[in-house]
Write a protein that binds this ligand. Structure first.
Ligand code: DAH
Length: 352
């Protein structure tokens, strides 16, 4: 019987060698340690041994059973370890690989310039005032001293939304930010009609013109209007404010000049030029050989416009200006075609 026990042990251990998965291990457990397994049969048949044999067989049978159980436990642990290693291998990642960079968004050049304009004028005490993009003919033209059939209207080909015979109620896309001047003045003057408060505002926003798209003009563009109204505001205030603005945005050394011009809503009117950044006044293709680059229109608010805004022109005066941030961005960054601003070409946008 003792030899039989050795065989039982050997068979069991050998069978265990070939086991590589949990299911087979369970089968092995039933076969080699279960109720009807050979070693358990030995315990069951104990009665058939002589008094002398019984303790020897019993001890050895116990040892064999323990040895098989130990081997099972070791195998179990081994399989678990192997499964874990396999999992680690599958999920392995190379932490030394370089990361995949995610492209970061950036500000559109118009937005950058707009924010710079806001900052500079905020430092001078100007607040931002926003007004609508869809306007009435009345605000876009008439209240700004551009009556129906005024020749200056020709300069601004207009997108009409709903036409009306009288023109006053014709709905259109604003061709400039100047109608915001009327909205702003009316809002402030209505707060105290006998004593309207002084105002210092910039009015940014989108404008639309029904124009042939070219390197220099788009149908959609941004403007920033400026408006200062108060008692004793003079042309010197206009010049000082805008000269300072030009220095802050283009650099302290930049030279600027004012040229007489005409706008129906200002009197007198002017245009402001800065010295050409490319040729420094010598003349080149960028400045069309004039040495100067136009950056904005401006003037003293026309008395009719002041009155339309609820400010008595006998008591109040003011200055206004209008500039195109895209144009300023073009000068600042050397962008030669305004169409880039709306083309959404990442190669362009990534440069800012
Ligand atoms: N509204 C003018 C335009 O779109 C620009 C302008 C000129 C605005 C002179 C002003 C100004 O406020 O005073 O061309």
């Amino acid at each position: 019987m003792l030899e039989e026990l050795e065989r039982i042990l050997e068979n069991g251990l050998q069978a265990l060698e070939n086991i590589h998965d949990e299911a087979a291990l369970q089968e092995w457990r039933v076969r080699h340690l279960g109720r009807s397994s050979p070693v358990m049969q030995v315990f069951a048949g104990m009665g058939s041994y002589s008094k002398e044999e019984r303790p020897l067989v019993g001890r050895r049978a116990n040892e064999v059973k323990t040895a098989l159980e130990t081997a099972l436990a070791q195998k179990e642990a081994l399989l678990k370890q192997q499964a874990l290693e396999r999992k680690l291998q599958e999920e392995r990642l190379d932490v030394s690989l370089p990361g995949r960079p995610r492209p970061l968004g950036r500000l559109h050049p118009t937005t950058r310039v707009l924010r710079e304009i806001y900052r500079i004028f905020a430092e001078m005490g100007f607040q931002v005032y926003r007004s609508r993009e869809v306007e009435l003919d009345e605000y876009n033209f008439q209240l700004l001293n551009l009556p129906p059939h005024h020749p200056a209207r020709e300069m601004q080909d207009t997108f009409y939304i709903a036409e009306d015979g009288e023109q006053t109620n014709t709905v259109l896309l604003r061709t400039h930010t100047s109608p915001g001047q009327i909205h702003a003045m009316r809002e402030f003057s209505s707060q105290s009609p006998d004593n309207p408060p002084p105002i210092r505002l910039i009015l940014p926003g989108m404008c639309y013109r029904y124009e042939q798209i070219s390197a220099r003009s788009e149908t959609q563009f941004t403007q920033v209007e400026g408006l200062a109204v108060g008692e004793r505001i003079t042309f010197s205030d206009l010049k000082g404010t805008l000269t300072d603005f030009a220095r802050r945005i283009f650099g302290q050394q930049v030279r600027s000049r004012f040229r007489a011009s005409h706008f129906p809503f200002t009197e007198p009117s002017a245009e402001m030029d800065i010295e050409c950044f490319l040729c420094h006044g010598a003349g080149c293709p960028v400045c069309k050989y004039t040495g100067w680059l136009e950056i904005l229109g401006c003037g003293m608010v026309h008395p009719v416009v002041l009155r339309n805004g609820g400010y008595d022109p006998e008591r109040y005066s003011g200055f206004a200006f209008g500039m195109g941030p895209e144009r300023i961005a073009m000068l600042r960054y050397g962008i030669e075609d305004i169409r880039y601003f709306w083309a959404n070409d990442a190669r362009f946008l990534e440069q800012f």
